[in-house]
Ligand binder design. Structure first.
Ligand SMILES: [Fe+2]
Length: 354
């Protein structure tokens, strides 16, 4: 048994022990959601042919949205698009994995500067990332402070940032939801597509529902209170400071329980709050379940109803990422920031308090 298999075994032993201890129902739901839909090979090849023809002028992503969504209907059946759509529902699934997605016939070396390689002459991976999310009824959005507002973002270790606490690092990335400093109205989903994953680095997910059922109710009650601050991420250029007090858990207007949490950036303002955070940090490793984002694997997940993390990266790894949201969420953000219709790239500083 190799080291990776042993590590998986240890993780499932810990999971079983955690389940017995917490007496919760189990994780069959999340495990079934992580089972991939596999694109039919003939459909994939037809889609690659079509997508190879998409060459947006100056890489303008707007030109990819409509055509890539139309082509997504060719290789994804309606029930898969419906599954993707349900991730924004308060009681919908939290994640959908799709394998054997269309991919560029020729890929350059992964970038080491966080930017799209100029040698990548085709837009198949970008279209396979964007198309299904648009076809499922979502709109794209992003933050000006991340990767210069690029859509999609290149996710690969960046030279000089390998040890940073960001997606540019090689180190283990603890359980978190992205951008927990932002207002609760910024309800986004995250889509990733794998291009290169030499050593099968794992990406992990834990559903918020499972996590809360594994915690004592007193801990959950504390996490709902405004007893926590979050350090601003370096990438947002807002100084080395913390947010005002905010809860880790909150109820969204549609009734969903949602989360704002990054294991390394949240602090409690008193001992009880810190203890609740510690309990949350301790239970998550037992609940996180892995997938491998290999070449042609797509995943869409809720940023507010599940946690995600990633193992240490060995060798080369390259993925692309987009944020997306429901059209009414995008309209809310455009209105609240004074941006006009069509605006997708937001100054994160305007989204902290809406
Ligand atoms: Fe993340």
């Amino acid at each position: 048994m190799d080291a990776k298999a042993k590590s998986r075994l240890r993780r499932s032993d810990a999971l079983r022990a955690g389940l017995q201890k917490s007496n919760c129902k189990g994780f069959a739901m999340l495990e079934s959601q992580l089972k991939p839909f596999v694109v039919d090979e003939t459909d994939r090849q037809r889609a690659v042919k079509e997508l190879m023809g998409l060459r947006p002028k100056f890489g303008n992503v707007e030109e990819l949205c409509g055509p890539s969504a139309n082509i997504a209907h060719m290789y994804l059946p309606p029930h898969v698009l419906q599954s993707l759509h349900s991730i924004a529902d308060p009681d919908g699934r939290v994640v959908q994995v799709i394998e054997n997605m269309p991919m560029d016939i020729v890929l350059p070396c992964p970038p080491t500067d966080g930017k799209r390689p100029s040698a990548k002459s085709t837009y198949v991976s970008e279209s396979a990332l964007i198309g299904p999310t648009i076809a499922a009824g979502f709109d794209l959005m992003t933050f000006a402070q991340e990767k210069n507002g690029a859509i999609p973002q290149e996710v690969a270790p960046v030279f000089g940032l390998e040890n940073s606490n960001s997606s540019a690092s090689r180190e283990d990335f603890g359980a978190h939801a992205d951008n927990p400093i932002l207002d609760e109205k910024v309800r986004v989903l995250i889509a990733l597509i794998g291009l290169v994953n030499e050593c099968e680095t794992e990406t992990y997910f834990a559903s918020l529902e499972d996590t809360l059922s594994a915690l004592p109710s007193k801990t959950v009650d504390l996490l709902f209170q405004r007893l926590y601050k979050v350090r601003y991420p370096e990438s947002f250029q807002m100084g080395d400071d913390f947010t005002k007090t905010q809860p880790v858990l909150y109820k969204a207007p549609d009734g969903a329980t949602e989360v704002k949490f990054a294991a390394w950036n949240n602090v409690g303002i008193n001992r009880e709050a810190e203890d609740a955070l510690t309990a949350l940090r301790n239970v998550l490793p037992m609940l996180l379940r892995p997938i491998v984002l290999k070449k042609g694997t797509f995943v869409l997940f809720s940023n507010t109803r599940c946690f995600h993390s990633r193992g240490r990266i060995e060798g080369q790894r390259w993925a692309q990422r987009i944020y997306c949201c429901k059209p009414d969420t995008l309209a809310t953000l455009q209105h609240a920031t004074g941006a006009g219709p069509g605006k997708r790239v937001f100054d994160a500083r305007q989204l902290v308090n809406l």
